[in-house]
Design a protein around this ligand. Structure first.
Ligand SMILES: *[C@@H]1O[C@H](CO)[C@@H](O)[C@H](O)[C@H]1NC(C)=O
Ligand SMILES: *[C@@H]1O[C@H](CO)[C@@H](O)[C@H](O)[C@H]1NC(C)=O
Ligand SMILES: *[C@@H]1O[C@H](CO)[C@@H](O)[C@H](O)[C@H]1NC(C)=O
Ligand SMILES: *[C@@H]1O[C@H](CO)[C@@H](O)[C@H](O)[C@H]1NC(C)=O
Ligand SMILES: CC(=O)N[C@H]1CO[C@H](CO)[C@@H](O)[C@@H]1O
Length: 513
């Protein structure tokens, strides 16, 4: 207590009037301003908490945050980090920078926030320690200012479409900051890392962590005009993350610049500088394949504006020295996209890995998927209200026979063969390209990458004419050489230079600072 009073008392009052635009401020800008002494982390945390307070449950009622960090606790952390900075002890480039974290990533109980994947079934449960990525971020001095709302259970409870993306029983319906009109056909923020994406776009935080199995970072980030990456499976730790399928699950980051993505990814992998080097290398000489499979670029299926703006973006990258190869094909794609393999793999992995995740939790009786199924039945009005029904994927998963079963092993091997050797790698080799691009909006744009377990990123490209909802390009590549993230960062870094100003949400008022 004395300690925290001491830390609080050393905040410089000179920063109070400083003007920072929460809708555009990047972690890069904030870290330079912190370093220059123009602002304190305490002041930053106050500003972001004020923005959350104004528009999460009030104002536009975005419901992007499911648990805000307790004010006193998080201000104490900020004050401590400000103190460390003043005495010359800098932890990383993210020292004192606020970040939102998806509600399925464990944060130590001492931070005063829960970890529930959006479900009342996990309310009150107590995680034993920080998730691996959280430990790394805290060590680097990032400040976790809230847990972000999400599609409950990462949208793995019911068939796609039965529960709107961004809805969780505990957190309610996350709304897009760009399309606040609930009657617009484009109102949905996409998911499942909905609150992370909406939160960053609405000025709740400069950065957010999401998780992705198939599309859960790339889709909501592209709907919020953000840069984002899902690193290859295994690149960053996933311990402490409520799983869907470990052969496809990864933790990634969303932000407003390529630098922000490179640094946060570096911190999460324990090599802070690694991805900055790729960023500065740039896109010159990078060969970009336009993957014309499975209707990804068909004008019929997509708003033509998306196609036009995407090609415009590719032309701009070409002018910087990238080589755009159009078309490229992947004959195995249709089978990947239409077969039952992905569901078999995820359903089987989910049941087992979920039980492992639940086993060390305290203050809960929920230990298995079966317990959650029973909880949902016993709490139907809360967990499965009208228009948010069903848990048939849970039931399918509960009937799987484990990751040693022949049907699982065959499905996983077949998917890896189709998506890796005969898929991404063979297309890259046959067409001599380094990365593949598709519009994120194209149906199942993330699935080939997802089942391969390899990295994928998105860059903001434009907004739909009528609704103003943003859209982006999805870029993916091989992870076989361990350098896929570098290739994606090269493209992202140069796009940031030529993209022009990111669109910010129009209808939002900015609070204080
Ligand atoms: C245990 O769970 C109950 C409700 O399920 C909650 O009220 C209580 O605060 C929890 N205890 C801790 C230590 O989190
Ligand atoms: C789930 O599967 C287990 C066997 O692993 C079984 O005991 C249980 O009854 C099933 N639960 C439901 C709700 O079907
Ligand atoms: C699990 O094994 C049983 C018995 O061998 C089989 O009938 C069932 O189809 C298997 N489940 C799946 C999901 O393949
Ligand atoms: C959308 O707007 C752009 C300019 O912002 C314009 O060039 C394009 O023709 C419009 N497309 C449609 C389908 O309205
Ligand atoms: C139910 C719930 O998650 N409520 C939280 C939503 O966000 C606000 C911050 O605006 C928190 O204070 C609530 O506890």
């Amino acid at each position: 207590m004395l300690l925290s009073l001491f830390f609080l008392s050393i905040i410089s009052p000179a920063v109070l009037a400083l003007n920072i635009d929460l809708f555009t401020a990047t972690a890069e800008e904030l870290s330079y301003r912190l370093e220059a002494g123009q602002i304190s982390s305490v002041r930053l945390v106050e500003a972001y908490l004020a923005q959350i307070e104004a528009h999460n449950r009030h104002g536009l009622n975005l419901r992007a945050v499911i648990d805000a960090a307790p004010r006193r606790l998080v201000l104490d952390q900020a004050a401590r980090l400000d103190y460390e900075r003043r005495v010359g002890s800098l932890r990383s480039r993210l020292h004192g920078v606020p970040i939102l974290v998806k509600d399925n990533i464990a944060t130590h109980p001492s931070l005063g926030m829960q970890t529930t994947a959006g479900s009342f079934a996990l309310e009150g449960s107590v995680v034993p320690h920080d998730a691996g990525v959280i430990a790394k971020l805290r060590q680097a001095g990032a400040i976790i200012i809230g847990k972000s709302n999400m599609s409950e259970w990462a949208n793995f409870r019911a068939s796609f479409g039965k529960v709107p993306s961004g809805w969780s029983a505990r957190g309610g319906q996350t709304r897009s900051a760009y399309v606040p009109d609930p009657l617009s056909p484009d109102w949905n923020p996409s998911g499942s890392s909905s609150g992370s994406a909406v939160g960053v776009s609405a000025g709740f935080s400069p950065l957010a962590l999401g998780t992705e199995t198939d599309g859960s970072i790339i889709m909501p980030a592209s709907y919020a005009a953000l840069y984002a990456i899902k690193p290859a499976v295994g690149k960053v730790p996933v311990n402490g993350v409520v799983p869907v399928g470990p052969s496809m699950d990864s933790v990634g980051v969303m932000g407003k610049s390529a630098w922000d993505i490179a640094v946060t990814l570096g911190v999460m992998t324990g090599e802070e500088d690694r991805y900055l080097d790729a960023l500065y290398e740039g896109v010159e000489g990078l060969r970009i394949g336009v993957l014309r499979e499975a209707g990804f670029w068909d004008r019929g299926g997509l708003d033509p504006h998306i196609i036009d703006e995407s090609f415009d973006a590719l032309r701009k990258l070409g002018a910087l020295g990238a080589v755009v190869v159009d078309p490229v094909y992947m004959p195995s794609a249709p089978e990947i996209l239409s077969g039952p393999g992905e569901t078999t793999v995820l359903a089987t992995e989910f049941k087992e890995s979920l039980a492992l995740h639940l086993s060390p939790l305290k203050n809960t009786t929920i230990r298995t998927l079966s317990d959650i199924i029973a909880f949902n039945i016993n709490h139907t009005p809360l967990e499965m209200p009208p228009n948010h029904c069903c848990q048939e994927i849970f039931l399918i998963a509960n009937n799987t026979n484990g990751t040693k079963s022949p049907e699982y092993l065959a499905a996983l091997a077949h998917l890896h063969k189709l998506s890796r050797g005969e898929g991404i790698e063979s297309t890259m080799k046959n067409f001599n390209v380094d990365v593949l691009v598709v519009p994120a909006d194209a149906s199942r744009s993330t699935t080939i990458s997802a089942v391969s377990g390899w990295p994928i990123a998105t860059i903001p490209v434009g907004v739909l004419n009528d609704s103003g909802r943003p859209f982006g390009l999805a870029i993916f590549t091989s992870g076989a050489d361990g350098m896929g993230e570098e290739r994606l960062m090269r493209l992202m870094g140069d796009w940031w230079k030529v993209a022009g100003k990111r669109r910010t949400p129009g209808g939002l008022r900015q609070e204080v600072l």
